[in-house]
Design a protein around this ligand. Structure first.
Ligand code: ADP
Ligand code: MG
Length: 359
């Protein structure tokens, strides 16, 4: 079992905020954060709390580096950025994408004995419609008869080199900016998912080698200001609500209660369906909750979400696919080994459970 790593990052005051007389309302000390006017109250404590002086690199080292390392050996990993609009989600996730790509290639260079295949997908979910940012096409969530989810029409670009990776990223970012400009409000109401699929196998063993398979998801969520905790009422308000973000809050809250018998409503929104594994499933997950320094109400709501997230437990496992021939070879070797052990036991006069009295 693995708990979700949760960090809170307070961005610096922007010049326009300083000009309009706004002041920082939060104090960060070590791993705790407290409202500046409530320093006598109990602070909120998280795995990491970052004040305005924190760098993106520090966030990478604390939250993302391990996710990448583990993904290179078959563990799924996800980083979410959650918070109100303008609090620094995109600022952080944009930087993480670059660090992640660099770290993946550093790892590949250090592991010449393994062959890696990387594929990337870049999607945006806006008003419950999923778009492919690499092709600008609409995508559809489908299920196979055994209920495995797949995304119909998704372009998974095969990455040929580090430079090629950056080119693809740039293309997706351009489409994202274009869509945000063309549709009013899209940038703050859309969820953006950057997904890297990693496969690797030992070069020497070739076809016989088992394959590690994993995914890294870097998720820049929509602004959280529309998804308060009072989700029941807001849910019924209808059209202006971001169903996916609301469902994410509900799913996190239910998972945080840790009751195995409670139904978790992953299927209520596309975001939670897409990221089910990262939420109480087979993934190492971190959440960066970003905070605007001068807002109090919205930040309180972000911190409550962050506290719930801290209690969610995942079960990451190494995803290893063993080809049928290799499986057979391994079983035969195991049988040979067992035979040898039995023979040795019989020669050594050790009693064997299988041996009949007359043998
Ligand atoms: P969000 O994606 O949450 O809506 P952004 O990432 O777009 O917010 O950040 C809003 C503004 O604040 C941007 O102009 C961004 O450059 C700036 N900003 C965010 N975080 C930081 C930071 N840690 N340091 C400096 N500027 C930041
Ligand atoms: Mg943003």
């Amino acid at each position: 079992m693995d708990t979700i790593q949760v960090a809170v990052r307070v961005r610096p005051l922007l010049q326009k905020e300083i000009n309009s007389g706004q002041a920082a309302q939060w104090l960060c000390t070590g791993t705790s954060i407290v409202a500046a006017n409530q320093t006598n109250g109990s602070p909120f404590v998280f795995d990491h709390v970052y004040d305005a002086s924190c760098t993106n690199f520090k966030v990478y080292q604390d939250l993302t580096e391990n996710i990448v390392k583990q993904a290179m050996i078959g563990f799924n990993g996800t980083l979410f950025a959650y918070g109100q609009s303008g609090s620094g989600k995109t600022y952080t996730i944009d930087a993480m994408r670059t660090y992640v790509i660099n770290a993946i290639y550093d790892h590949i260079r250090k592991c010449p004995s393994r062959e890696f295949i990387l594929r990337v997908a870049y999607m945006e979910l806006y008003n419950e419609h999923l778009y492919d940012l690499l092709t600008n096409k609409s995508l559809h969530l489908r299920e196979t008869p055994d209920r495995t989810l797949f995304i119909e029409g998704l372009e998974e670009e095969l990455i040929l080199s580090q430079d090629h990776f950056y080119t693809i990223l740039k293309k997706g970012n351009e489409n994202r900016t274009f869509a945000a400009t063309a549709q009013n409000d899209r940038s703050s109401r859309a969820h953006c998912i950057f997904r890297i699929a990693i496969e690797s196998r030992d070069r020497e063993d070739g076809e016989d080698s088992s394959v590690y398979i994993s995914q890294i998801n870097l998720v820049d969520l929509a602004g959280s200001e529309k998804a308060g905790e009072n989700s029941g009422n807001r849910f019924r308000e209808g059209c202006s609500i971001n169903l996916s973000l609301l469902t994410l809050s509900q799913v996190i809250r239910k998972l945080s209660e840790g009751d195995k018998n409670v139904h978790i409503n992953y299927r209520d929104s596309k975001l939670t369906r897409l990221l089910q594994n990262a939420l109480g499933g087979n993934s190492r997950t971190a959440i960066l909750c970003s905070v605007s320094p001068s807002s109090v109400e919205e930040t309180m709501s972000t911190l409550r979400f962050a506290l719930n997230a801290k209690r969610v437990k995942n079960q990451p496992k190494q995803n290893e696919v063993v080809p049928i021939e290799a499986k057979l070879k391994r079983s035969l070797l195991e049988i040979e080994e067992l035979k040898k052990q039995i023979e040795a036991m019989q020669k050594g006069g050790m009693p064997s459970f299988e041996r009949k009295p007359d043998q």
